[in-house]
Design a binder for this molecule. Structure first.
Ligand code: ADP
Length: 294
C-alpha cells in the first residue's frame, strides 16, 4: 500500500467502526507482533490501534475481538477498548483503543496484575471450551465444549497439536506414541477444578502496562480451561515476577502440587511452537515426556 491508500484504509476502518468521520492527524507503524501489521493512529478524538493482514485466517480478528470482550466483561482486568473487526479491500482488520504503554512499571504493578488475573480465573463455566473456536498464533484452536477438563485437555489441546505435528512430519511415531502413553497417566496427575476463564496465550508479549501502570491483556486465545495451564505458560518463557504469583496465591491459592504438574501443561504451547516454528522446541517436549513417563 502506498501512503495515501494506506491513510484512506485507516480512515475507512475508523468510519466503519466508529460511525463517524475521524480524520487522522498522524500515524506510525507498531512493531513487535508475530503475525500481523499494526499501526498507531493519532486523531482529535484519541489514539487508535489497527491490526490488519491481507492473509488473515478466517474469522481470526472476529474471534480475537470476541475473546477480548469476554475478558473485558468480567471487569476484573484491563483490556483495550474494542471497536470491532471487519474486512475491507481484501484486508481483515481489528480496531482497538491504542494503549500508551509506560516504560517504567509502577510500584504494585505485579501485585495488581496477579490479583486481577486470579479474580478473572474465578469466572467459571459449567464446561471446558467456548462458544466459538479461535486461534493460537496462526493455528486453529478448537473449543468444542466438554464437561470433563481432562478429556478436553487431552482431546482438544494435546491430541490436536500432536496429531498435526505427526501429520506434518515434525514429530516421529515414537514421540506420538509417547504422548499416547502420557494420556493414560494424566488422570492420576491432574487435579479436577472448575473451568476457569483464561486469556489462553499469556506470555510476556501479551500484556502491556498502560500509562497508569495497570496491566492490560492483549492478543488472547480465550477459553474456559484449567487455570494451571495459564499459570504454567507464564513460566515457560519467563518475565513474570514473584510478586505476581504471591498476589495471585493470596487471592486464589494454587492447588497443592502445581509445581510438579507445571511442565505437563506446557506441552500444549510447546507443541504449538513445534508446529509453528519447527524442531527447535522438540527437545523441551522430549524432556517433559521423559520426566513423566520414565
Ligand atoms: P500479533 O497478533 O501480530 O501477534 P499483537 O496483538 O501481539 O500482534 O500486537 C503487536 C504489538 O503491538 C504488541 O506486542 C504490542 O506492543 C502492540 N499492541 C498490541 N495491542 C495494542 C494496543 N491496543 N495499543 C497499543 N499497542 C498495542
Amino acid at each position: 500500500m502506498l501512503g495515501n491508500e494506506q491513510l484512506q484504509f485507516f480512515e475507512q476502518v475508523l468510519f466503519e467502526r466508529l460511525g463517524r468521520d475521524t480524520p487522522i492527524k498522524s500515524f506510525e507503524f507498531v512493531s513487535g507482533g508475530c503475525i500481523n501489521n499494526a499501526v498507531k493512529l493519532h486523531t482529535a478524538t484519541g489514539d487508535f490501534f489497527i491490526k490488519w493482514n491481507i492473509y488473515a485466517l478466517e474469522g481470526m480478528f472476529e474471534a480475537e475481538a470476541k475473546g477480548l470482550q469476554i475478558l473485558q466483561s468480567t471487569q476484573e482486568i484491563g483490556t483495550p477498548e474494542i471497536y470491532g473487526a471487519g474486512q475491507r479491500e481484501g484486508k481483515a482488520y481489528l480496531l482497538l483503543e491504542f494503549i500508551a504503554s509506560s516504560v517504567v512499571l509502577e510500584k504494585g504493578f505485579w501485585e495488581n496484575f496477579g490479583a486481577n488475573l486470579a479474580r478473572m480465573h474465578q469466572h467459571t463455566a459449567p464446561y471446558f471450551g467456548l462458544d466459538f473456536d479461535n486461534y493460537i498464533g496462526s493455528l486453529p484452536q478448537y473449543n468444542d465444549k466438554c464437561e470433563d477438563g481432562l478429556h478436553f485437555f487431552i482431546e482438544k489441546r494435546l491430541k490436536t497439536q500432536a496429531g498435526l505435528a505427526m501429520y506434518e512430519g515434525k514429530i516421529d511415531k515414537r514421540t506420538y506414541q509417547r504422548f499416547e502413553a502420557l494420556y493414560e497417566k494424566l488422570p492420576d496427575i491432574l487435579p479436577k477444578e472448575k473451568a476457569a476463564l483464561l486469556h489462553g496465550d499469556l506470555w510476556s508479549g501479551n500484556y502491556m502496562a498502560d500509562a497508569q501502570g495497570k496491566a492490560i491483556l492483549i492478543d488472547p486465545a480465550v477459553y474456559y480451561g484449567n487455570r494451571e495451564a495459564e499459570l504454567a505458560f507464564t513460566h515457560l518463557f519467563g518475565g513474570f515476577e514473584e510478586d505476581f504469583y504471591r498476589a495471585y496465591q493470596e487471592e486464589y491459592p494454587f492447588v497443592e502440587g502445581f509445581e510438579e504438574r507445571k511442565d505437563l501443561y506446557n506441552l500444549y504451547p510447546l507443541l504449538v511452537h513445534v508446529n509453528l516454528f519447527g524442531a527447535g522446541y522438540l527437545s523441551a517436549v522430549e524432556r517433559i515426556l521423559n520426566k513423566y513417563l520414565d
